[in-house]
Design a protein around this ligand. Structure first.
Ligand code: ZN
Length: 234
């Protein structure tokens, strides 16, 4: 259902949709920054990744201008900024080929910007500048990667019973036929162990190439400078 906004709020939300910069058509997955503009200054407030950045921007703005709902750090931050009459912009930081790379670069960019003194509304611990986590955690991949993406990357899924140890390998290709392409963590807590009845947990089986991509890589200093210069911070 389409949400109703008072006309002056709707006008601002519509105008905000045009503040979408630096994305390139051929990017399969995009790493992006949300930037707030207030008192003539721009400041990055969040780093994210998406296969459909325009759509993602729309949903960020929906929360920001909706004035209710949403309890994450980012949603609170967006609403505070809007209340202070900030303008929200979305800037493309990097284009990558797949979800795992996107998660790795997203964490790298968040760390790099935090290290330069920007406080981001990112909530995952591996996004902090002080984090020593070297790879994208399995839980992130499970909650972000769809079956189609897993299939394309040759990623396998294993359901494991933590009680009796029974394991059940699942091939994304076989599941695709029956259930479409939900995120991989959809299977978590859905399947009971056939031996003991306990809930089974998802584990990933990553081919070596995908494991290598999951190593968190930070942008080069030059990349960061180019972005910061673009928003007038250098
Ligand atoms: Zn079991």
């Amino acid at each position: 259902m389409k949400r109703y906004y008072p006309p002056q709020v709707e006008a601002k939300r519509q105008e905000a949709l045009f503040r979408f910069y630096g994305f390139e058509e051929q990017w399969v997955h995009s790493v992006y920054a949300l930037v707030a503009r207030e008192n003539g200054q721009k400041v990055p407030i969040y780093v994210g990744e998406s296969a459909r950045p325009r759509q993602r921007f729309r949903s960020h703005l929906k929360v920001a201008y909706g004035g209710r709902g949403g309890s994450t750090l980012l949603q609170g931050e967006l609403r505070r900024r809007i209340k202070k009459e900030s303008l929200i912009e979305m800037h493309g930081l990097a284009g990558v080929g797949d979800r795992v790379e996107a998660l790795s670069r997203e964490a790298g960019w968040a760390r790099a910007l935090e290290r330069r003194g920007f406080r981001l509304a990112n909530s995952w611990p591996e996004h902090r500048a002080s984090s020593r986590v070297a790879k994208v955690p399995e839980a992130r991949m499970l909650s972000s990667m769809s079956l189609v993406e897993a299939h394309a990357l040759g990623v396998g899924l294993l359901l494991v019973c933590s009680h009796c140890g029974l394991t059940l390998p699942l091939a994304p290709r076989d599941l695709l036929v029956g259930i479409g392409s939900p995120k991989l963590n959809r299977f978590q807590s859905l399947v009971g162990c056939s031996e003991c009845g306990h809930i089974m947990r998802s584990r990933l089986k990553l081919p070596a190439g995908v494991q290598a991509k999951s190593v968190i890589t930070e942008p080069s200093n030059e990349e960061v400078v180019v972005f910061l210069a673009g928003i007038g911070r250098v």
